[in-house]
Design a protein around this ligand. Structure first.
Ligand code: UDP
Length: 324
């Protein structure tokens, strides 16, 4: 198979490229390197192109016969999406439309799309299944939901088969620490905890200690990036027998609070995590935990990395290997 990995220089996309190559597939990475890293492209040719730049997108498809596209290109910072919504709708909605149109023109009919648990907004309670109402609370979540809607319409109109994978909290790094999570502007909890431990970042700010959760801090479902990549491969297999547009949650089904993540990181690193209490962050729901029953039943997916400490340990190995 020849696969196009859009956003393959980024965190989850680079793990996808690695997995595809490990399965013997040919990989082409499309990335504008705005947030991704050329050095993360180790398993395929890099085509520098921007999904908002039609000539560069056309050039990436010209003369190629891709069997499938994995679409990870996106802006993904919640706070930035609230401050700059047009940028988010442009990149995540118009960019996706441009990619779909390029696929249509070049006869590529299968897509696995990187969606997000943020399409659900503030869940009523408990585990969130795919039938939970989708009411995103910020432009980032709304942009992912709009893209999913476009995929559903594209399936009907153009026979484009797709799976949207709604990730909960992606975390961790490859066991050999050759790629990991590296954002110029880091907002995610586990990297911020580890940077605080290493002294390469400030003390961790805990965004809110007064939520209606057992210890007052927000609860999330952390799922390893390699398990996410594996789900994409299984999603593509699924499409061969199940045409149409589908959506699946990807999570471990267990929630951990910010304080529990800090405690686990202390055990893994053997060091104290410096932290300060800070106000709540806009758009954060108190609890977001996946029911991934549908992915387990239909895709045959189950995460290999189920323990929080093991996930943090893989991230720690990668963080310690960085020059910062
Ligand atoms: N969080 C925090 N301090 C940070 C980063 C995140 O307290 O420096 C909290 C955040 O409020 C949320 C949880 O950790 O409750 C996970 O946040 P993250 O940004 O990693 O992922 P999100 O759930 O927003 O996708």
């Amino acid at each position: 198979m020849k696969a196009l990995v859009c956003g393959g220089a980024g965190y989850i996309g680079s793990h996808m490229a690695r997995l595809l190559a490990a399965h013997g597939h040919e990989v082409v990475v499309l990335d504008d390197l705005s947030t991704g890293h050329a050095q993360a492209v180790q398993w395929g040719r890099l085509v520098e192109a921007d999904v908002l730049n039609l000539p560069s997108l056309e050039a990436a498809f010209a003369g190629q016969r891709f069997d499938a596209v994995f679409h990870f290109c996106a802006r993904s910072l919640v706070a930035e999406s609230i401050a700059r919504p047009y940028d988010y709708y442009a990149s995540n909605v118009v960019g996706t439309l441009n990619l779909l149109e390029a696929m249509r023109r070049h006869g590529v009919r299968r897509l696995v799309f990187s969606s997000s648990a943020s399409v659900y907004g503030q869940p009523a309670s408990g585990m969130v299944g795919e039938d939970h109402p989708t009411q995103p609370t910020h432009p980032y979540g709304a942009s992912k939901l709009m893209a999913e809607r476009i995929l559903a319409d594209a399936a009907v109109a153009y026979g484009l088969d797709s799976v949207a994978l709604r990730y909960f909290n992606a975390a961790g790094a490859t066991a050999d620490a050759c790629i990991g999570e590296s954002h110029a502007c880091e907002t995610h909890l586990i990297p911020n905890v580890l940077r605080a431990v290493l002294g390469s970042g400030p003390a961790l700010e805990i965004f809110g200690g007064d939520y209606s959760t057992p210890d007052g801090t927000c609860i999330r479902d952390y799922v390893h990036v390699e398990d996410l990549a594996q789900a994409h491969l299984q999603a593509l297999d699924y499409l061969r027998a199940h045409p149409g547009a589908h959506a699946f949650n990807l999570g471990n089904g267990r929630g951990f609070s910010v304080r529990q993540v800090i405690a686990a990181a202390s055990v893994v690193t053997g060091r104290t995590v410096p932290w300060d209490m800070a106000p709540r962050r806009a758009g954060d729901p108190p609890m977001l935990v996946a029911s991934s029953q549908r992915a387990r039943a239909e895709l045959g997916w189950s995460p290999a990395w189920t323990g929080l400490e093991a996930i943090i340990e893989s991230a720690w190995r990668w963080h310690r290997a960085q020059p910062w």
